[in-house]
Design a protein around this ligand. Structure first.
Ligand code: NDP
Length: 276
C-alpha cells in the first residue's frame, strides 16, 4: 500500500485525527466496500460515515478487506437527529458498531443539533457515556453553530473534540472556525468541494492551471492550509487518488485572497437552526 503522509491533527482529548479523510455520503451500500478499499489502498486512513448514510456495513467490510490493522484506520460515524435523546442515541450507537462490525469507533458525532427537537444535550450525555465506556475514542458534533456549542459548554463538562460543518469557498465559516480554535475544537469540513459545484468556477480553474493541478485539488489544499480536517467524497478511483495527491504544492497569499473572494455565504445543505 502507498505511504502518503497525511498529517495528523491533535484532538483536545489526547487522540489525533488524520487531516484528510474519505467521505462516503450517497455511496450505495453495495459499492461502499469497494470505494473504501480503493481509498485505503490509495493511502487514506480516515473514513467518514453515518447511520443516515445506510452504508456502515460496507465501510466495515472495506476496512476488513484492506487487511490493515483496525487501529490504523480512523472511522467516524454519527447519530441521526431523529435519534437525539439519551436512550435513542445509545441504541443508535449500538446499531452502528454492530453494522460496522467493530468494537469501537474512533469518533462518534451528533449529526445535527435539531434545536426544535431540543434533545441534543441529552445525546451529548450519551456520547460522554460511550466515550467513558471506551467504545468511542473521541466524541464530537456536526452542524453546531456557536450558540449550540455554548449550550453544551454550560450543560456539560466535555468540550467536543471536533465540529464537522459545511465548509467550502462559498461558506468559509469564519465565526465557527474562530470559536472552534478558541475552544480547542478541530473544525472538519463537510461538502468541501461544495458537492462538485466548485468545478465550473473560473477563478479556481485559473488557480488550477497556475499550479498544474485540478480545481478539486486547489480547494482540498486550501482546506488543509486553513487547518481544517477535510473529507472529500468520490466513487471514481481516479478522483479518490487525485483528492489525496495534494501534498506536492502550496498556495500563496494571493491564491488565498482569490479564494477568499468567492465567499457568498451560500449553503449546499440546510442551515442547522432550520433542521428538526
Ligand atoms: P463533496 O464536496 O465531497 O463533493 C462530492 C462531489 O464531488 C461528488 O459529486 C463527486 O463526484 C465530486 N468529486 C469528488 N472529487 C472530485 C474531483 N477530484 N474532481 C471532480 N469532481 C469530484 O460532497 P459531500 O457532500 O459528499 O461531502 C463530503 C463528505 O462530507 C460526505 O461524503 C460525508 O462523509 C460528509 N458530509 C457530512 C455532512 C454532515 O451533515 N455532517 C453532510 C454532508 C456530507 P464522484 O463521486 O462522481 O467523483
Amino acid at each position: 500500500m502507498s505511504a502518503v503522509r497525511v498529517p495528523n491533527l491533535a484532538l483536545n482529548d489526547g487522540n489525533s485525527i488524520p487531516q484528510l479523510g474519505f467521505g462516503v455520503y450517497k455511496i450505495p451500500e453495495a459499492e461502499t466496500a469497494d470505494a473504501v478499499l480503493t481509498a485505503l489502498e490509495a493511502g487514506y486512513r480516515h473514513i467518514d460515515t453515518a447511520s443516515f448514510y445506510e452504508n456502515e456495513r460496507g465501510v466495515g467490510e472495506g476496512v476488513r478487506r484492506s487487511g490493515l490493522p483496525r487501529d490504523d484506520v480512523f472511522v467516524t460515524t454519527k447519530v441521526w437527529w431523529t435519534d437525539n435523546g439519551y436512550d435513542s442515541t445509545m441504541r443508535s450507537f449500538d446499531a452502528s458498531v454492530d453494522r460496522l462490525g467493530f468494537d469501537i469507533v474512533d469518533l462518534f458525532l451528533i449529526h445535527w443539533p435539531a434545536p426544535q427537537h431540543d434533545r441534543y444535550v441529552e445525546s451529548w450525555h450519551a456520547l460522554e457515556r460511550v466515550r467513558d465506556d471506551g467504545r468511542a475514542r473521541s466524541i464530537g458534533v456536526a452542524n453546531f453553530h456557536t450558540h449550540h456549542l455554548d449550550r453544551l459548554a454550560s450543560e456539560s463538562g466535555t468540550v467536543p473534540a471536533v465540529n464537522q460543518v459545511e465548509l467550502h469557498p462559498w461558506l468559509p465559516q469564519h465565526e465557527v472556525r474562530d470559536y472552534d480554535r478558541e475552544h480547542g475544537i478541530v473544525t472538519e469540513a463537510w461538502s468541501p468541494l461544495a458537492r462538485g459545484r466548485i468545478l465550473g468556477n473560473e477563478p479556481l480553474a485559473a488557480l488550477a492551471v497556475k499550479h498544474g493541478v485540478t480545481p478539486a485539488q486547489i480547494v482540498i489544499r486550501w482546506q488543509l492550509e486553513l487547518g481544517n480536517v477535510v473529507i472529500p467524497k468520490s466513487v471514481s478511483p481516479e478522483r479518490i487518488r487525485q483528492n489525496l495527491d495534494v501534498f506536492g504544492f502550496e498556495l500563496d497569499t494571493a491564491d488565498h485572497a482569490v479564494i477568499a473572494g468567492l465567499e457568498t455565504g451560500e449553503r449546499t445543505g440546510r442551515d442547522p437552526d432550520d433542521l428538526g
